[in-house]
Design a protein around this ligand. Structure first.
Ligand code: SF4
Length: 323
């Protein structure tokens, strides 16, 4: 099978930006993208830098962007990704600082975020010589998250990291989930509070890109939702440094309860805080632009919609269940 690879190359010692190099290689039927990169290194350029380890989709090391899609190079068949012209483009995944060719800085991309969520289990029971077996059903909730290989492909697709590299991201939050819902862990409220701080789980924009990018079907966006629900259930509506999340949550719920729908203008004001003058001033340019386009509803002049009584009862019922 003759395949043309267009590979992104970057040498920090000589290049200001990456350039695309073209290689033609002959591969066996059933060859993977990683097989192609190895063939290029053996036959064309021994200096091509890329990462790989287990070669069976278990370590996440060979995450790459192939024909504009984030994949694991070792489990991706060339036949499945090559365009009609037989060309395979290979680049580093997005949202990463590239060190050389296809190798990127995992510390900056992922490891610092992973440490921030303290992914190790803190045993609920004190250490002892006795075993503390856990029933299989008690682990069911975290089984999928346990299979995360930290490939970072959910972070590569994350639309928030694309604009804020400090967002902790779906990969680290998946590890947080695994600890938070592990029946052996004894730090659940503390962990939920920690990921409720700025750049934590409340910064997720629920675009569901992470779900679409995870090669293992872990659905990181859904895991983030579950942690948010649990935090709300426990009355943890924000961390210590971002009361804005709690204000946003309270304003949202009160608005729907009061009128049956969302008072968006009021939500923006109350999320900032009524006494937060700099925050309110910060809203003005956005409000002016929205007004110009006829999209700025007048806050506090919000009519009650038909059926609001029923909606109010639903919200109150949900609140009652929460407590
Ligand atoms: S959740 Fe999926 S995409 Fe994200 S790091 Fe884990 S295995 Fe990779």
């Amino acid at each position: 099978m003759q395949t043309t690879f267009k590979v992104s190359r970057f040498n920090p010692e000589t290049d200001e930006k990456s350039q695309v190099m073209t290689y033609s290689v002959t591969l066996a039927e059933g060859a993977t993208v990683l097989d192609g990169l190895k063939a290029i290194r053996e036959e064309h350029d021994a200096g091509l830098a890329f990462r790989a380890n287990c070669e069976r989709g278990s370590c996440g090391d060979c995450a790459l962007r192939v024909n504009k899609k984030g994949v694991l190079g070792c489990t991706t068949l060339i036949a499945a990704v090559a365009g009609k012209d037989g060309v395979v483009t290979v680049e580093p995944i997005r949202n990463v600082p590239v060190l050389k060719d296809l190798v990127y800085d995992m510390e900056a991309f992922l490891w610092r975020k992973l440490r921030a969520v303290s992914p190790g289990i803190s045993a609920r029971t004190p250490a002892s010589a006795e075993e503390h077996p856990v029933a299989e059903e008690a682990m069911a909730k975290v089984r999928a998250a346990m299979s995360c290989v930290m490939c970072g492909l959910c972070d590569e697709g994350c639309t928030v990291i694309a604009v804020d590299e400090n967002f902790v991201g779906p990969a680290a939050l998946t590890k947080a989930y695994r600890a938070i819902f592990d029946p052996r862990d004894g730090r659940q409220p503390e962990r939920l509070r920690a990921i409720s701080e700025p750049t934590g789980m409340w910064d997720c924009a629920h675009c569901f890109e992470a779900n679409g990018h995870c090669p293992l079907g872990i659905e990181p966006t859904d895991r983030i939702f579950e942690m948010r629900d649990e935090a709300i259930r426990q009355g943890i509506r924000s961390g210590t440094k971002n009361p804005k999340v709690r204000r946003h949550y309270d304003s949202f719920v009160n608005s729907v309860k009061r009128s049956g729908w969302l008072d968006e203008g009021r939500l923006a004001i109350e999320s900032e805080g009524l006494l937060n003058v700099p925050g309110l001033l910060h809203l003005l340019p956005t409000a002016a632009r929205a007004m110009k386009r006829g999209k700025a509803p007048l806050p506090y002049f919000h009519r009650r919609r038909p059926g609001a009584d029923a909606i109010q009862r639903i919200v109150e019922k949900a609140e009652g269940r929460k407590e």
